[in-house]
Design a binder for this molecule. Structure first.
Ligand SMILES: Cc1cc2nc3c(=O)[nH]c(=O)nc-3n(C[C@H](O)[C@H](O)[C@H](O)COP(=O)(O)OP(=O)(O)OC[C@H]3O[C@@H](n4cnc5c(N)ncnc54)[C@H](O)[C@@H]3O)c2cc1C
Length: 444
C-alpha cells in the first residue's frame, strides 16, 4: 500500500479540499500528526463566486487556488490529486483511482452534488452550477446562444435561443438570475447590435411560494422586487416535471421553449460515503454524532455539506461557515483522541447569511438585524473579498469588479476553443458518470 504509516506518527487523511477539508487540515497542522489531503482537483474553489464565472464576470482562475501552495508552510501536510472511489472501513484504507491509502483517522469532506430529484431529462439536458467546469461551460453556452441568435432568421428559434430558464429560487438561482440579467441587458446589448433584446427573457422558476426561504421576510421581499425590476420573470409555485433538449415542461402551467435550463434546485451529499457503506439519509448526507464522528466508527469524522449535523432539532444548512467550523472542530477532536482525551461536541456559531442580487443590491441578515440595498452590497463585497484565498485572487476579483462597476463592462466574454466533455459528464459527480449516477465500482 502506498503511504503506509511507518514511523507510527498517526496519519489523518482528509478527503476534500473545500472549505471544510482545508480548515481541518490547517488545524491538524498544529498537532503531531501526518496529514494527507486528497482531492480530485489540485485547486480549492471559492464556490460563493462561482455564479460570477458563469455570468462572465470573473475568470475561473480568480476563484481557484492551488491546494499544494496553501500548505507550503506546513511540513506535516501533504496533498494527493486523486479521486476517492471507496473507503474500506474494516482495513482503514481509502481506495482511489490511483493508489490505496491507509489512515488512522479519516475526515470526509467531499461536499455535495447537484440533485435532480429523479426528474426526467435534467441530468441530460440541464446545466448545473456546482463546479468550475460547469460554470465555464455555462458561460460559454450563454455567449454561444447570442452568437447563434445574431444569425438565426427563424423567429421561434431565435426566441428559444434568447430564453434562459433558471430552476430554483435559492441563493444560487437568485444570484445567477441577477448576474445574468446584468450581463444580458448590459454588455451584451453593445456586443450584439442585430439582436432584439426585447425578446431576451430570463425566467426564474421556484416551486415554493417565495424566494430564498432561509432569509428573513424583508430580505425575501426585497429580493423578489429587485429581480423583477431587473426584468427577471420570477414564477413562484412553478413545478418542473421534465426537461427536454429544447423545453422545460411544467406541471399545470405553460411549457417554456428554451435552449438553456440551469438547474440549481437540488443538492445532496457526495456519494463516496454511501458507496462505502456509511449510513446516509435520503439526502445522501451522513448523520453524525454531536462530536462529528460517524456512528460506530469513532476514527471517522464527517464535516461540511456531507454531514447532517443536528442542532436544536434542525439540520445545519449547507453553507461555508458550517463547513469551516465543523472542519476545525473535527480536527481538534482528532488531536484530543490522539492525546487520549474525549472528543467534544460541536457547537455552531451562526455569523449570519447574505445574498447579492446585482450591482448595489444585496440582502444581509446578522442575528436579528437585516440590511438591504447598497449597505448590504458593500458588506457582501468586503466579506467575499476577505474570504477569498490568495492575494492575487483578491486583486484580480477587485479589478474585475471595479471594471464592471465603473464601465458597465464584463471583461470575460471569451469562448476559448476547448474539447469540453459532453454536458451529461459535467456534473459535480463528474468523471464517473454524470448527475445522480453512481461511480463505477472500484478498482483496487
Ligand atoms: C454556486 C454556489 C454558491 C454558494 N454560495 C455560498 C455563499 O455565498 N455563502 C455560503 O456560506 N455558502 C455558499 N455555498 C455553499 C458552500 O460553498 C458550501 O457549503 C461549502 O463549500 C461546503 O464545503 P465542503 O468542504 O463541505 O465542500 P466543498 O467546498 O464542496 O468541497 C468538497 C471538495 O471535495 C472534493 N471531492 C468531492 N468528491 C471527491 C472525491 N470522491 N474524491 C476526491 N475529492 C472529492 C471536491 O473537488 C471539493 O474540492 C455556495 C455553493 C455553491 C455551489
Amino acid at each position: 500500500l502506498a503511504g503506509v504509516n511507518r514511523n507510527r506518527t498517526p496519519r489523518v487523511v482528509v478527503i476534500g479540499a473545500g472549505f471544510g477539508g482545508l480548515w481541518a487540515a490547517r488545524t491538524l497542522a498544529q498537532g503531531n500528526v501526518d496529514v494527507l489531503v486528497i482531492d480530485r482537483n489540485n485547486y480549492h474553489t471559492f464556490l460563493a463566486l462561482l455564479y460570477q464565472v458563469a455570468a462572465a464576470e470573473l475568470e475561473a482562475e480568480d476563484i481557484a487556488y492551488p491546494v499544494r501552495s496553501i500548505f507550503w508552510k506546513h511540513s506535516n501536510i501533504d496533498f494527493t490529486l486523486a479521486y476517492a472511489r471507496r473507503i474500506d472501513l474494516q482495513n482503514r484504507i481509502v481506495v482511489t483511482d490511483g493508489e490505496s491509502i491507509s489512515y488512522d483517522y479519516l475526515i470526509l469532506a467531499t461536499g455535495s452534488i447537484t440533485y435532480s430529484f429523479g426528474l426526467p431529462g435534467v441530468a441530460e439536458n440541464a446545466y448545473c452550477l456546482k463546479t468550475l467546469e460547469e460554470a465555464v461551460a455555462l458561460k460559454n453556452h450563454i455567449i454561444c446562444c447570442f452568437e447563434a441568435a445574431a444569425r438565426e432568421e427563424d423567429k421561434a428559434k431565435r426566441e428559444s435561443l434568447l430564453t434562459f430558464v433558471i430552476v430554483g429560487g435559492g441563493a444560487t438561482g437568485v444570484e445567477y438570475a441577477g448576474a445574468l440579467a446584468e450581463l444580458i441587458h448590459g454588455p451584451l446589448v453593445k456586443d450584439y447590435r442585430t439582436v432584439d433584446f426585447q425578446s431576451a427573457r430570463i425566467i426564474l422558476l421556484e416551486a415554493a411560494d417565495g424566494l430564498v426561504a432561509n432569509m428573513p421576510q424583508s430580505v425575501r421581499a426585497y429580493t423578489l422586487e429587485k429581480l423583477q425590476k431587473m426584468r427577471v420573470d420570477v414564477r413562484l409555485g412553478a413545478k418542473v416535471r421534465e426537461v427536454t433538449s429544447n423545453a422545460v415542461l411544467l406541471s399545470g402551467q405553460d411549457n417554456i421553449t428554451t435552449q438553456t435550463v440551469v438547474w440549481t434546485a437540488g443538492v445532496k451529499g457526495e456519494p463516496l460515503a454511501e458507496l462505502s457503506g456509511v449510513a446516509t439519509g435520503r439526502d445522501g448526507r451522513v448523520p453524525v454524532r454531536e462530536t462529528l464522528q460517524v456512528l460506530g466508527q469513532p476514527e471517522i469524522y464527517v464535516i461540511g455539506d456531507l454531514a447532517s449535523i443536528k442542532e436544536n432539532n434542525r439540520v445545519l444548512p449547507m453553507v461555508a461557515q458550517v463547513a469551516i467550523q465543523s472542519g476545525v472542530s473535527a480536527a481538534q477532536n482528532i488531536l484530543r483522541q490522539i492525546n487520549a482525551q474525549a472528543p467534544q461536541p460541536f457547537r455552531y456559531h451562526d455569523r449570519g447569511s447574505m445574498i447579492t442580487i446585482g450591482r448595489k443590491s444585496a440582502g444581509v441578515a446578522i442575528g436579528a438585524r437585516t440590511y438591504t440595498g447598497f449597505v448590504a452590497w458593500v458588506i457582501w463585497l468586503v466579506i467575499h473579498l476577505f474570504n477569498l484565498i490568495g492575494f492575487r485572487n483578491r486583486m484580480m476579483v477587485l479589478i474585475n469588479w471595479a471594471w464592471d462597476y465603473l464601465l458597465y463592462e464584463r471583461a470575460v466574454r471569451f469562448v476559448f476553443p476547448s474539447e469540453m466533455p459532453s454536458l451529461s459528464k459535467l456534473s459535480s459527480c463528474v468523471r464517473v458518470g454524470g448527475l445522480d449516477k453512481e461511480p463505477p465500482k472500484n478498482s483496487q
